[in-house]
Design a protein around this ligand. Structure first.
Ligand code: 5GP
Ligand code: MG
Length: 481
């Protein structure tokens, strides 16, 4: 089971535009933060599908001249992928293209199913053959087996069988279909560019493609567009439960998610953090880039000036993930560097959006000390992450979570900082757009809106503190901290 792939991803789709694949490329470019491991585009020309996908960043996969003239047609879907566990082989690159009784079909998926293992067993027992370890292939098999009349009805039948998190794009030679799970864990939005329809994980992709935001795909909605127009089918019982971590970390602050600018939510988290956990300090700095907006909120509310004390190198590709022991000694410095003139002799509030394993902060504290800071007050703009995510975030096991096994004071001591405070869960929920009850907070609260059945990785919930300590030891020995 633990070999099943976990992923969080970015999706972009176009229907009815002569430059469909180029627009999809641009859309993926704007969604690159949602996944850097692989990228793919499939286009449709009314008769056939054309695919191009590979490992690496969007710009690397689509670097050659003429690539878009081969991705012909007026509709397309694209996917960027960040795999978090399981097999990262080429076979798992999306979108998937399969041949069903309707002809070719492409699928791109963002999220994580919680009944993947039992579906896999059931389908395998019935003779299905799998080429990948990803949840997406299960969905394709279910669609292919359905006896319902139209493609969208077959998709509906398939989606009725799924549990967990999924935002999906399907492309047939003649139509585009988008769907979101009944909880709406992951975002998915529809836009309009002239007469063309666009679908994206986040609105920042619409800004780049000159698209006007129309609405969210609703939880439990299958949205279909083809030459006959647009229509929607419904499945399951919708119960809104959006991933609050999308707001905290994952989405870009220039996106509008669930009807609200991410920038505004993140500033509120920072302001609230300043109210709950003030600090006596000279400057506020952020862990760039994902904490910048929350740090601004903290600075504005506290009156302590915002400074830029850490600089991040943006050009670190996947290739640096597995460096040699010699290279590892440079690990700390390659991603972040300090601005000594800003930091020397200062009492610093260091705002971080989240602590997962604690490795980022552990590295940064050493760097800041060497730059001569006098005091470090860590302020985290989310609550302690004590529970793994089964819906697609990058913390699928409990043993890796520092806050599952250590108190705030123990974490402060581990990090060797002068003070450490987290935003409270109550405080966080008062700052989200809309109703608090419409958000999934499982990673903070342990309240899983979709239960994790036995055999579906529930063991990952029951790992011990010794395993965390052992992992910590390994991280230290491998020079990662
Ligand atoms: P840690 O270093 O404690 O394991 O992880 C926390 C850091 O990773 C924070 O700087 C946060 O911005 C970032 N982060 C949080 N969630 C994720 C994720 O799902 N993927 C990646 N790549 N980074 C994350
Ligand atoms: Mg970060």
């Amino acid at each position: 089971m633990s070999e099943r792939i976990k992923e969080h991803c970015g999706l972009y789709g176009v229907f009815g535009h002569p430059q469909a694949s180029e627009l999809t490329y641009l859309g993926l470019y704007a969604l690159q933060h949602r996944g850097q491991e692989s990228a793919g585009i499939v286009s449709a020309d009314n008769h056939r599908l054309h695919a191009r996908a590979g490992n690496g960043l969007v710009a690397d996969v689509f670097h050659d001249h003429g690539v878009f003239s081969r991705l012909q047609g007026t509709s397309a879907v694209g996917h960027v992928r960040y795999s978090t566990a399981g097999d990262s082989s080429n076979r798992n690159i999306q979108p998937f293209v399969v041949t069903t009784k309707d002809g070719p079909l492409a699928v791109a998926h963002n999220g994580n199913l919680t009944n993947a293992e039992s579906l896999h067993q059931e389908l395998s027992a019935e003779g299905a053959i799998f080429q990948t370890s990803s949840d997406t292939e299960l969905i394709v098999h279910l669609v292919a087996r359905s006896q319902a009349e139209t493609l969208s009805e077959r998709i509906r039948e398939a989606l009725e069988r799924l549990e967990g998190a999924f935002s999906l794009l399907f492309l047939s030679p003649t139509g585009l279909i988008a769907a979101r799970d009944t909880h709406g864990f992951r975002p998915l939005v529809v836009g309009k560019k002239g007469e063309s329809v666009m679908v994206a994980s986040e609105t920042c992709a619409f800004d780049l493609t000159g698209t006007t935001f129309v609405r969210d795909i609703e939880p439990g909605e299958i949205f279909e567009v083809d030459s006959g127009g647009q229509k929607s089918l419904r499945f399951g019982k919708p119960k809104l439960c959006q991933c609050v971590f999308e707001l905290i970390y994952f989405t870009r602050p220039d996106s509008y998610i669930w009807g609200d600018p991410v920038d505004r939510s993140r500033r509120r988290f920072g302001r609230r953090l300043a109210e709950e956990a003030p600090a006596k300090a000279d400057i506020v700095i952020s862990v760039p880039d994902s904490s910048n907006t929350a740090a601004l909120g903290y600075a504005h509310a506290s009156g302590i000036p915002y400074e830029i004390g850490l600089i991040r190198n943006h050009y670190i590709g996947r290739t640096f993930i597995n460096p040699s022991p010699f290279m590892r000694t440079f690990n700390t410095r390659i991603k972040y560097n300090t601005v000594a003139e800003v930091l020397e002799g200062q009492r610093v509030v260091l705002v971080e959006d989240s602590i997962v394993r604690g490795t980022t902060l552990k590295k940064l504290v050493g760097l800041l000390r060497r730059a001569g800071v006098r005091e470090i007050h860590v302020r985290v703009s989310s609550p302690p992450i004590g529970h793994p995510c089964f819906y697609g975030m990058d913390f699928p096991t409990k043993k890796e979570l520092i806050a599952a096994w250590n108190s705030e004071e123990e974490i402060r001591n581990f990090l060797q900082v002068d003070s450490l405070r987290y935003l409270s869960l109550d405080g966080l929920l008062q700052c989200v757009p809309g109703k608090a009850a419409d958000f999934c907070t499982a990673c903070f609260s342990g309240n899983y809106p979709v239960p994790i059945p036995p055999g579906e990785g529930r063991a990952l919930l029951e790992e011990t503190g010794e395993a965390w300590a052992q992992g910590e030891l390994e991280r230290l020995l491998s020079g990662l901290t």
